[in-house]
Design a protein around this ligand. Structure first.
Ligand SMILES: [Zn+2]
Length: 235
């Protein structure tokens, strides 16, 4: 039993250090993930707006050409009106002229609408561009920080990972599963030392007789208060 307990204590030491390494990264990994996703959204929206600007430009060109053609046509109708000889032809021409006038008026109004849309999109794209630039700069800094933080802990965490693997193979499966279960329930701490006669996790007082049993390491002793495995820290 002594050996099993000793191995569990060692395993906890390794796991605690691994947790510390992870905590040292803070919420940087999450920040990087969220910012990358937000930036991607901005890029996507920008792409859609740029496509719409192209469409608007095309619509404006074709509408202008149509208005120009109609104006040429209108002038021709008006010239013909001067030389028309019958009432019937006169009426037909005035109908054409009215139609052309209306087309030009509607067309010019729609051109104004397209101009407004064009302007709005251009302004928004400018804003989005500045926003994306700022986000990109922050993301770059964060990614660099994360890279450096990972690089500084990588070697240590690899070494700890190997040490953990070796320890796990030497621990009996039933102890291992208890360990993992307690660890999951107690924020990563399954094996905790006695601290001045109390549980080091919940500070529940441990009777002297029990303290002696813990020190003897003949069996696994669980804290009545929080359920962690207690051990005697000789230091
Ligand atoms: Zn406790």
């Amino acid at each position: 039993m002594k050996e099993s307990l000793t191995l569990l204590i060692k395993l906890q030491t390794v796991d605690s250090e691994l947790m510390e390494l992870e905590e040292a990264l803070g919420d940087l990994p999450t920040q990087v993930k969220h910012l990358s996703r937000d930036l991607e959204t901005v890029h996507q929206v920008t792409g859609e707006k740029e496509a719409r600007v192209q469409e608007v430009e095309k619509e404006k060109r074709s509408l202008r050409a149509k208005i120009d053609d109609t104006q040429v046509q209108l002038k021709r109708y008006k010239d013909q009106l001067l030389v028309v000889s019958t009432n019937r032809a006169y009426d037909a021409l005035t109908t054409e002229i009215d139609g052309a006038d209306k087309m030009i008026e509607d067309g010019e109004f729609h051109l104004l609408e397209l101009d407004e849309e064009d302007q709005r999109l251009t302004d928004e794209l400018k804003e989005d561009g500045l926003k994306a630039e700022a986000m990109g700069a922050t993301l770059g800094t964060q990614q660099q920080q994360l890279k450096e933080a990972l690089a500084s802990t990588e070697q240590r965490s690899k070494a700890l990972g190997k040490k953990r693997e070796k320890l796990v193979t030497r621990i009996k499966p039933r102890f291992m599963s208890s360990y993992e279960r307690i660890r999951a329930a107690r924020e990563g701490r399954a094996v905790v030392n006695l601290s001045r006669g109390s549980c080091g996790a919940c500070y529940n007082r441990v009777p002297v007789q029990r303290q002696m049993e813990i020190k003897a390491m003949d069996r696994i002793i669980i804290c009545d208060g929080c359920g962690v495995i207690l051990y005697w820290d000789s230091d």
